[in-house]
Design a protein around this ligand. Sequence first.
Ligand code: HXC
Length: 272
Amino acid sequence: MSPETAPHSGAEFADRTYIVTGGGSGIGRAIALALAEAGARPVVAGRTPERLDETVALIEKTGRSALAVPTDVRDPQAVDALVAAAVDRYGRLDGLVNNAAGNFVVPGIDLSPNGWRAVVDIVLNGSYYCTRAVARHLREEGRGGSILSVIASYAWHGHPGTVHSAAAKAGVLAMTRTLAVELAPLGIRLNCVAPGPTETDGAGAALWATPEARAGVLASVPAGRFAAPSEVADTALFLLSDRASYLTGECLTLDGGQWLGKQIYGRTTATA
Ligand code: HXC
């Protein structure tokens, strides 16, 4: 594929196969749909079969192919079976999107060990199990590939109320930077995308469940709006694609300026 290939031409990812965890909703579904539109066969994994089936149906309606594999990423054996199912169906695997996440807002001092474990297991352990399984397959096949993890800027600046998620996402960033080096000789690239507040049901329910909470989040974004899942998918596809072929161990933040936008001395952003 030449670097000049137009994005979303329907051929950029022709016949490639990518596993997308959490592919039954929100950002994961948007990435799966965009991958299919660009010619790939997404394999969507998650805990709720009905939601995965909905994603597959949306893709099949466009004349493309996708596979649903109900999977709990916290179970390493289930993750190995997911990789085997993807290869069995499509004959090859080219990469992975670690998107499955769990989150809720609670002061860290009040979080139970089980609550901590639930989020860290999904986000950090699950991303590692999936990355390991996909990388091992790529190594066996002697083929390079691309692995993308969806994190959040609080991986590096922290965030009161989501200590479990912030710590887990920070772990995923460190995992990405570490394995980007270890796996570079095999032609396997690892990167992250850090979306800001994104208009999805899952994040909305977990993080801004009331109109007041939503308004507060919105006020924190200099761009003045939430991200659309399709915007996150665009960045995700760039990082997965050959257009980013020399890019590894990086994180692209798309948050409308949110994490940089501390306005300590009053409102200092431009008005129209
Ligand atoms: C306090 C809570 C809680 C809450 C769960 N727990 N919700 N504690 N406040 N709101 C505690 C439970 O009491 C329990 O501990 C433990 O967490 C496990 O809960 P379960 O429901 O048994 O676990 P499970 O079914 O595995 O569910 C995992 C989950 C759930 C994380 C709790 O919310 C989930 O699966 N969510 C997936 C969807 C999701 O959250 N998406 C949003 C991602 S958005 P005890 O001690 O009682 O047994 C995102 C964006 C970040 O990550 C970036 C934004 C910028």
